[in-house]
Design a binder for this molecule. Structure first.
Ligand code: NAD
Ligand code: GLY
Length: 376
């Protein structure tokens, strides 16, 4: 059931990056405040909303109204929903639309949508006129806790996901949690995997809190805002310390090496959503760590039990349509994580909330582990 629209004081999480610092503002009903917030940053700006057709049906008019009410000129660019819009063709379409509308430096692009729109519009903002400021208005749980924060933008190439892009930080992130009420349940659940990720990476207390409070998060209660804010604080801290992923930021890839291989095997289609692949990948990263004697089996079981409790896949045999054999999976893993001196990099764990970067993983060990998982 849709929770009532209530307006409490928003939660503000700073992302501290010197002259490129910005705020993440989190709360129900914040779209109504968007125009005033942008006018405070850029009083004379022209505002271009980039969004997908599904999100537009629900939210483009309220966003336009809020921006116009603040006295700013507003226009929109619509693209089809889905991962296919992270393409050269759609990128070109968005860039040309912004140039045609004479969007200049000093104006603002709004990325209104999930991670696909955030990545695409953010990259167009990075490229058009060598850089226009943009505001992230994430509308999926995944985008509110992960992709809208940290400035990674980009599109896919024929050779792989996110192969073309730029670091371009937004000037503001406005996460209106009321918009999650229209998100399909499966998309919400997939985004929840990224929330659990922050507990599994570095915050055992948050993980335990999620185990006790996930029902309220799914029901749209006050726990939802707390979970989003805690996730954003964790990501903001990591991004502030390691913006360009020289070190610590790689921890955010927990579950992604295994996960990407299954996502790629499923052709990056709805067969396996990104968050579902990450859930499966995290369960496997915990199992693999236990297999290597790095963590107790009971810790791997705790991680899996919670992910499974919300309905996320945690075993390979839960991938709809099945997965390819171990040779194909090892090929996908080696492409995703370049083999350096015969070794692979993985995010492994010493327990819940104790992830670390391991640069010295023997591919033969991964192969043996996956062979065993595939036989279950
Ligand atoms: P998405 O953007 O495709 O959105 C999922 C679906 O939900 C779409 O069909 C969309 O139209 C619909 N939708 C969005 N908001 C809605 C709402 N409020 N109500 C109803 N429908 C809504 O998918 P996603 O999971 O948000 O993002 C996945 C993308 O994010 C991937 O391309 C991934 O690579 C990227 N990503 C980027 C980063 C980063 O740091 N830049 C991090 C994680 C993931
Ligand atoms: N989602 C991974 C990152 O932002 O680094």
């Amino acid at each position: 059931m849709t929770a009532p629209l209530r307006m409490n004081d928003p939660i503000v999480v700073p992302v501290t990056l010197g002259t490129r610092s910005y705020e993440i503002v989190i709360g129900r009903g914040l779209i109504a405040t968007l125009g005033t917030r942008i006018a405070m940053l850029r009083p004379e700006a022209k505002v271009a909303i980039v969004t997908d057709e599904t999100v537009a049906k629900h939210y483009v008019k309220p966003v336009e109204a809020a921006v116009a009410a603040a006295g700013l000129t507003v226009m929109r660019v619509l693209v089809p929903p889905g991962e296919r819009s992270k393409s050269f063709a759609t990128f070109e379409q968005v860039c040309e639309a912004l140039i045609t509308a004479r969007v200049e430096r000093g104006d603002i692009v709004i990325a209104l949508g999930g991670g696909v729109i955030g990545d695409l519009a953010g990259f167009a903002a990075a490229a058009v006129r060598r850089g226009i400021d943009y505001v992230q208005v994430p509308t999926t749980l995944l985008a509110q806790v992960d992709s809208s924060v940290g400035g990674k933008t980009g599109i896919n190439s024929a050779q792989g996901k996110n192969q073309i892009g730029a670091f371009h930080q937004p000037v503001l992130v406005v996460a209106d949690t009321a918009v999650l009420d229209t998100l399909p349940a499966r998309e919400f659940r997939a985004g929840y995997a990224e929330v659990v990720k922050y507990g599994l990476i570095g915050d055992a207390t948050f993980f335990s809190w999620l185990v006790s409070n996930y029902q309220d998060i799914f029901a749209g209660g006050p726990a939802r805002e707390h979970a989003i804010a805690t996730s954003c604080r964790a990501k903001a801290g990591i991004v502030a310390r390691d913006e360009r992923e020289i070190g610590e930021r790689a921890l955010l890839n927990l579950g992604h090496t295994f996960g990407h291989a299954f996502e790629a095997a499923a052709g990056f289609t709805d067969r396996l959503l990104h968050g579902e692949a990450v859930a499966l990948g995290m369960a496997l990263a915990y199992d693999f760590s236990a297999h290597k004697g790095l963590t107790a089996k009971s810790e791997a079981a705790r991680a899996r039990t919670h992910l499974a409790a919300v309905g996320l896949p945690t075993y390979v045999n839960q991938v709809p349509g099945g997965v390819p054999g171990v040779d194909a999976l090892m090929d996908l893993i080696s492409q995703d994580k370049k083999v350096k001196r015969g070794k692979l990099t993985f995010i492994l764990v010493h327990g819940i909330g104790q992830a670390f970067i391991e640069n010295n993983v023997d591919p033969a060990e991964v192969r043996a582990f996956l062979t065993e998982q595939l036989s279950r």
